[in-house]
Design a binder for this molecule. Sequence first.
Ligand code: FES
Ligand SMILES: [Fe+2]
Length: 408
Amino acid sequence: MKKKAVTKNVDQSVEDLISSHKPGHSLAQRFYTDPAIYELELEKIVYRNWILAGHASQLPEPGDFKVFNVAGESAIIIRGKDSRLKSFANVCRHRGSLVCIEERGHTKKFQCPYHGWIYDIDGNLTAARNMNEGFDLSTHGLKPVSLGEIHGLIFVSFSDDPPSLEGAIRDLKEPLEMYDFRNLKVAAQKSYAIAANWKLSIENYQECYHCATAHPEYAQMHTRMLDGEKRKRASSHMYERMEDCGIKNITINHVDGAARPGEIGFGIDRAAMFNKYKTGSKGGQPVAPLLGSITGYDGGQADLSFGPFSFLLAYNDHVVCYVFTPVDHKSSNCEIYWLVRGDAEEGKDYKVDELMWLWDITTESDKEIIVNNSKGVHSKYYEPGPFSGMEEAERVYIEWLLAELQRP
Ligand code: FES
Ligand SMILES: [Fe+2]
């Protein structure tokens, strides 16, 4: 009885907090500091949605696996005996230990490190020592976790009833085939631990108001750091060359606020780089072979998003995937994947340090500004401040988030 009353109070105060949100302003402090709001976010947002967990090329053979951790959940992603990708909760059906401790690898079976129960690569329990007679192996397999694929990109959801991926697979077919997403490969991957609530990490990614001050390397090449009219003018060279480079200018905006009911939100939009830049690299020169059916450099790149946690930048010669996930209410992770053509050879066609240079340096400085942001947001002097016109995507994200928290 007592417990119920406490829960109700927390719910009510979150509702009050949401209804007192000032439109066009940043969120109230408790959204970044209150563990109860974080728990609500896990339930209503984090575990309900799809999160990019890698590329199919990372797991080419049956038995190839990787572990994917988000907040308190851990999933094993594996290519099964039938060569299909599947995912299981990394939780032993005996007494709940993590089953797989390695981050990635190749295996014929998983043996739980606690009491040694053994599971095959399809998640079936195949051996359990000294269990009582009548114990049924067949009802103690690893629990399935939702896994989906969009043109080679692997997505995981910790919901048994996640949004449909069909709309994204269908509507993004043309642009994703143009880059040949299905046959790309991961040339590099890096995790950035950020000592800040996950929303601060994503909010920072949503806006480029900070780019001019925080990212000299990025700002010198991308017109995203300009506001609307100036950006349009600076983009004309890209529009003139696009077609000659075999690029179709497809813009779709079904991102979460505008997503169709029951479907993952997604979007694609092309943006120009300043004139002398062909790609996102030091000096703007190519760092890998052209992707898919693209025949040249139009001086542009495409921004893509899939659901609320996964954002991609497709240059003509490589793709950078950004995935932001919560670790706990005070810290988050940013995972970056750099993708190149599947047949590109390291050392010959691309060098990993050249490929990573721009977004590694940019993410390291983002880390710093996000952590500074978090420190200030924890102050008793913090109060929600007004967004600039260049923080429109962040405003929309926040409003979507508040609506999701109120969704039954
Ligand atoms: S918890 Fe896995 S075998 Fe006991
Ligand atoms: Fe940034």
